[in-house]
Design a binder for this molecule. Sequence first.
Ligand SMILES: CC(=O)SCCNC(=O)CCNC(=O)[C@H](O)C(C)(C)COP(=O)(O)OP(=O)(O)OC[C@H]1O[C@@H](n2cnc3c(N)ncnc32)[C@H](O)[C@@H]1OP(=O)(O)O
Length: 169
Amino acid sequence: MTPKHPSESLTVLTDLVLPSETNPLNNLFGGELLARMDRAASIAAGRHSRRIGVTASVNHVAFNKSIPLGSVVIIEAKVSRAFKTSMEIYLDVWIEDRQSGKRTKANEAIYTFVAVDETGRPVEVPEIIPETELEKQRYEAALRRKQLSLVLAGKMNANDATELKALFV
Ligand SMILES: CC(=O)SCCNC(=O)CCNC(=O)[C@H](O)C(C)(C)COP(=O)(O)OP(=O)(O)OC[C@H]1O[C@@H](n2cnc3c(N)ncnc32)[C@H](O)[C@@H]1OP(=O)(O)O
């Protein structure tokens, strides 16, 4: 399989915050943002693998900044690392000022998707070659995050998480 670059999976989802999507403080409901990010990540995973992608885990979500009613929200999703059948998708969420067009970073999230065939069985995905400095940083750290996610899910013994253990020695 020909390796790909993260830019080939870039998915940008731009949408408004409507009244039905807000909490009592008139800010975007967390679950609505999670769903939008899942959609963007699913498209990014599909662009990288050209397969059906299922969400295997949500590894990290930081709701750093609330997103008010009426905001223009931009979600950027890109595959940050591809393993054998799984892909880490890194999501950056921005609020765009209507007047100036200036973007403010609101949230970040990291999802893991697995490429599957029509019967739901995991299938291999192309390798990824990071290009920019940020892509290289995210690529390097992705193996640690995969090991942490597998340990927390009870799918990996902590003693086998070599990359993760290296952080503490
Ligand atoms: C877009 C959507 O919303 S889809 C709907 C929500 N998602 C779903 O319904 C998915 C349901 N879950 C499943 O179908 C299965 O559990 C799968 C396909 C995700 C994984 O199946 P498994 O039988 O565990 O397969 P397997 O053990 O071979 O793992 C497949 C890959 O997933 C990775 N993986 C599995 N669980 C996790 C996890 N919790 N965190 C990180 N990676 C994981 C494995 O490390 C492996 O990666 P690799 O092949 O790149 O090394």
